[in-house]
Design a protein around this ligand. Structure first.
Ligand code: ZN
Length: 135
C-alpha cells in the first residue's frame, strides 16, 4: 500500500472502528466521517478541527431494503439499510441489525453496535464496524 492510500485507509478504519468524527473549533459543527475543513467556516477552521468521538445514538431518517449482496461483505440479503441522523448532527448510512422491518420507522431511536462487516477471502482478515439497532 502506498503512503497516501495507507494513511487514508487507516483514517477510515479508525473512524469506522470508533465512530470518531471531528468538530469545528469555530462553530461547533460535528462531521462524520471527519473532514479536514469545516463546510461552514472554510479557511477559518483550518487547524481548528478537533477529533470528536460520537455517542452512536440517533434516529432513523429513512430506510430501505437492500436485496443485492455487496462483494466482500458477509451480509445476508435482504437487509435493512438506514440513514441515521446522529444526535451530534451528522447523518450516515448503516445496516440495521437484530430487528425486523416492523421495528424500523422514520424517527425510530437507535444506537450503534460493533459487528463483523466482512472478511477478506483466504487471508482471513476480518473487518468490524458499526451497525445500528433500535433502542
Ligand atoms: Zn465551523
Amino acid at each position: 500500500m502506498s503512503g497516501l492510500a495507507g494513511v487514508r485507509f487507516w483514517r477510515e478504519t479508525k473512524s469506522r472502528y470508533n465512530l470518531t468524527g471531528n468538530r469545528c473549533g469555530v462553530c461547533g459543527t460535528v462531521f462524520f466521517p471527519p473532514r479536514p475543513v469545516c463546510t461552514r467556516c472554510h479557511r477559518e477552521s483550518i487547524g481548528r478541527m478537533e477529533e470528536h468521538k460520537l455517542k452512536g445514538t440517533g434516529e432513523v431518517l429513512t430506510w430501505t431494503f437492500v436485496h443485492e449482496p455487496r462483494p466482500g461483505f458477509e451480509i445476508q440479503v435482504p437487509y435493512i439499510l438506514a440513514m441515521v441522523r446522529l444526535d451530534e448532527g451528522p447523518a450516515l448510512l448503516a445496516q440495521m441489525v437484530d430487528c425486523g422491518p416492523g421495528e424500523v420507522r422514520i424517527g425510530t431511536r437507535v444506537h450503534s453496535v460493533f459487528r463483523k462487516i466482512g472478511e477478506e477471502g483466504k487471508s482471513g482478515v476480518i473487518y468490524y464496524g458499526y451497525k445500528f439497532v433500535p433502542d
